[in-house]
Design a protein around this ligand. Sequence first.
Ligand code: GLA
Length: 377
Amino acid sequence: MRTALVVALLAIPAGIAADLAQTPPMGWNSWNKFNKDIDDKTVREIADTMVANGMRDAGYIYVNIDDTWEGTRDAQGNIQTNEKFPDMKALADYVHSKGLKIGIYSSPGPKTCAGYEGSYQHEEQDAKTWAAWGIDYLKYDWCSASKVYQRSEMPKLYKKMGDALKATGRPIVYSLCQYGLDEVWKWGPSVGGNLWRTTGDISDNWKSMSQIGFDKQVGLEKYAGVGHWNDPDMLEVGNGMMTYEEYRTHMTLWAMLAAPLLAGNDVRNMTEETKAILLNREVIAIDQDKLGQQGYRVAKKGSAEVWMRPLENGDIAVALFNRSSGPARVTANWSDLKLSGKHTVRDLWAHNDRGSFQDSFSAEIPAHGVVLVQVKK
Ligand code: GLA
């Protein structure tokens, strides 16, 4: 028994809290939709809605406040909230009372990206304040740190906050945000990071989403695993500037990438299509697969791409993507998936079994669309 425990602990990279982010974090974040326009009342309403519409029960647990909550420091240097958030502890209590968790945002620099107070020279003090408020998740964004530090100091500075969070004794998921600089995926786990952004900011359009999701993650799969994940940024699903097919491609890619699923829309106000995308349990199950192995591209022919993600039960999630602006037939060859013989195929967007296939599976796919299947072992 004891040996098993020691072996299990040794398997966890140094610096990672053993029980946090065992699967990619799921929840909501204020930035993509609300930007600076976020306040206590809106966060409470978002939390209420996530309970009422089934998001919480589908796994969306973290309610994350991004930049612009920060006020000034008091005479003792304690960070205070601004007028939009009159009482962060009371808000955290409220979010917790709904069976959800709450996240917050800061920077190692003097100012955040939106120009609010950062944690510069107050790292331990801020970590203690957040823990006292009941915060469960921190996104720590480089921003103005570039003005006061050398780039080479980045790992040390991220570790400083990682250690400060750990020292609080409260389990706080630690999200590094420095846009993928200096191959953060190679050192993120050692500074205590549970996830790290791999790119600059996502925007609500096909070009931005598809470049981040398809192209910029290639080769990073070996750095993700249980407790520590690549983060291609928050979801734009439901924000209005992509088509239904494009948003399904977005959600599918993020699930294949074992990416954090942080809804970035106004969940109080969702179309049936948006709900169907965010709440598709079969797709969420791929994202949250316990093996924690990030998926990767196995074939690319023009605009047709096939990606695979090995699953804990021995099945394989296979995504057939059509990146072109017209419909196309895409084929997944068993040989590319290291499979042979006949295999049953289940369609995770249509929620039906497609039948049993020998050697390959093909589908007609609309422009910028996807077919996501689970190929049984
Ligand atoms: C940076 C981050 C974004 C967001 C903003 C807030 O741009 O990458 O995700 O947090 O700052 O100012």
